[in-house]
Design a protein around this ligand. Structure first.
Ligand code: GLY
Ligand code: MN
Length: 465
């Protein structure tokens, strides 16, 4: 948690941006796993964390813009809670640590909201993503759960996006902590990438490392030799010499800021020439992405230039025919690179994705491109100093996609389908770094995880018994 002044200031800025109304910021509640008392690992809502800082279930923040007041609604613990969970600070004591002076039990929240609605005041909320919060908001506001998104506040979303998109020094320090854990996790995965080890063994160790340094992983670990499946959470295979293992994993700091890195590792420690040829295209794409990242350019333009690097490299290897610019304009590269270059990262690994990606990654000037592949780009708009983003190009050989494009003749003038089909079973390669946009360009966050193929081979070899 940051100092109380940070939270006071954030709420003051939000009040100023909004001008009037009542802002509702629900915290998350405990979420049952298989029965009420056996809950999932608690994860506080990121918007609540940003404005109210408290990492506890069952709290509800209210920012009353018209009366210049911040309020925290929550119930104090009773003797039963103390018996099972130990002594706890009162709600008022908790609220004091984040600069909130007014607290009340949850049952009073109804009255506050009713009074505001009856007084003709505007009540602002962001679209809830958890069923429990949908039900709570629905009953507080008298809006059907299916209509909550429609009645959520665009002005509130835009105001918060403008704040959370720019990370301050304290936030960057938290992200660097998450990156340091991510570094350790990835180097450990490289050392463990030896034939015979189960994918699950490595994934479990990485998960434990994230928990031992912070609040756990920032998303479920992707660790697989079947890396052509972009988000493959199946860890059930033994490692086989000569295959590639993708590890896409990140950690959360104790303050819940994320890291998100991907490396692709040769099991046993030696890339074949065939693997290295593809790897070096992805590495060039990653380095190009970093070198083009600076304030004032759109990430959409960086994505398209990186797509061109991938297409040019694949043309050299005989996968793509014809003019490279025309191939990219036609979306032919997306057979091999069917996702976006990156996304915002902060309190969420895909930062603020709960608000709706269009409000976070795009604006009135830069609109999404509706073409397969580029349509998945989560961040397209102009970069500004203080943005934290990922740079994650990849090349994959996805049997079902190759088959579909060949059958339907999609981009047939650009694709050498025979060559593409000969790589089925190769898997996929993705290389992801976390990047801070600075005043003059960009810098990597955290120490760079080994990425040059020779360095990766050296780390894998160092893990051999
Ligand atoms: N690293 C997972 C993702 O960006 O979707
Ligand atoms: Mn990512």
């Amino acid at each position: 948690m940051f100092s109380k002044e940070i939270y006071i200031q954030r709420r003051a800025i939000l009040r100023q941006k909004m001008g009037s109304g009542l802002i509702l910021i629900p915290g998350n509640q405990e979420s049952p796993m298989n029965y009420t008392e056996n809950t999932y690992h608690f994860r506080q809502d990121s918007t609540f964390l940003y404005f109210f800082g408290l990492d506890l279930p069952g709290m509800f923040g209210v920012i009353d813009v018209d009366n210049n007041l911040d309020l925290l609604y929550a119930n104090d613990v009773d003797i039963e809670d103390i018996i099972w969970m130990g002594p706890q600070k009162s709600v008022a004591e908790q609220a004091f640590t984040v600069g909130v002076d007014v607290t009340a039990p949850l049952e009073k929240l109804n009255q506050t909201i009713e009074r505001a609605i009856n007084g003709g005041r505007k009540v602002h909320f962001i679209p809830p993503y958890r069923a429990a919060n949908m039900i709570q908001l629905s009953s507080l506001l008298g809006i059907k759960t299916c209509k909550l998104k429609q009645y959520s506040s665009l002005a509130l979303i835009q105001s918060i996006v403008s704040m959370r998109s720019i990370k301050d020094a304290a936030e960057i320090a938290e992200i660097e902590l998450a990156c340091a854990t991510g570094y350790e996790m990835h180097v450990t995965a490289m050392k463990m990438a030896q034939p015979g080890i189960m994918e699950q063994q490595i994934a479990g160790i990485l998960e434990g490392m994230a928990l031992s340094k912070g609040t756990g992983t920032s998303f479920p670990i992707i660790l697989t030799q079947n890396g052509e499946t972009l988000h493959n959470h199946n860890h059930s295979f033994p490692l086989e010499a000569g295959r590639l293992m993708i590890v896409d994993a990140g950690a959360e700091s104790n303050g819940h800021y994320a890291s998100d890195f991907t490396r692709t590792i040769p099991v046993g420690g030696k890339f074949s020439q065939k693997q290295k040829d593809i790897y070096n295209i992805v590495l060039a794409a990653n380095n190009t992405g970093l070198s083009l990242t600076k304030p004032g350019v759109t990430y959409q333009s960086v994505h398209l230039k990186v797509a061109r690097v991938i297409a040019a490299g694949l043309k050299d290897l005989g996968f793509i025919n014809g003019d490279v610019d025309e191939a990219v304009a036609s979306g032919a590269h997306a057979l091999f690179f069917p996702h976006g270059l990156g996304h915002m990262m902060g309190l969420d690994v895909h930062d603020m994705e709960d608000y709706g990606q269009i409000h976070v990654g795009y604006d009135s000037q830069v609109r999404p491109i509706d073409q397969f592949g580029t349509a998945y780009l989560r961040l397209g708009r102009k970069l500004e100093p203080g943005f934290v983003i990922t740079n994650e190009p990849g090349i994959y050989f996805i049997p079902a996609l190759i088959e579909k494009w060949e059958k339907e003749g999609i981009n047939k003038e650009f694709i050498n389908f025979e060559k593409a089909k000969s790589y089925i079973g190769f898997g996929g390669i993705r290389l992801e770094d976390d990047v801070l946009v600075t005043e003059t360009g960009a810098r990597l966050l955290g120490k760079r995880i080994p990425i040059d193929p020779e360095d990766v081979e050296t780390v894998v070899a160092s893990g051999r018994n």
